[in-house]
Ligand binder design. Structure first.
Ligand SMILES: [Zn+2]
Length: 91
């Protein structure tokens, strides 16, 4: 949260990507929101990796017959995303 400047109202954060990703992959997001995500992903490798992981997880879950992402796994993915986005946390 700290050090994260919200520059414009139209900008989207990595955290939001993670929250919207389910709908994004389902294709249920409004076109405008999809565009924002696409735009963000274009310049954010961590989010690309995050989405790939998420997709892989869904695929695996489908094969097992369970489409839902366990919230615990989602948290872990979020943690990975956060840590890769916050390299200045060192002391
Ligand atoms: Zn991002």
């Amino acid at each position: 949260m700290s050090g994260c400047r919200s520059g414009g109202a139209s900008e989207i954060e990595c955290r939001q990507i993670a929250e919207l990703l389910g709908d994004y992959l389902e294709g249920t997001l409004p076109p405008h929101t999809r565009e924002l995500i696409d735009f963000h992903i274009d310049g954010c490798p961590p989010c690309v990796a995050f989405i790939n992981t998420y997709r892989g997880t869904i695929d695996a879950a489908r094969k097992l017959g369970d489409v839902e992402i366990p919230s615990e796994l989602k948290k872990r993915l979020l943690a990975v995303l956060k840590s890769s986005n916050a390299p200045q946390q060192q002391r």
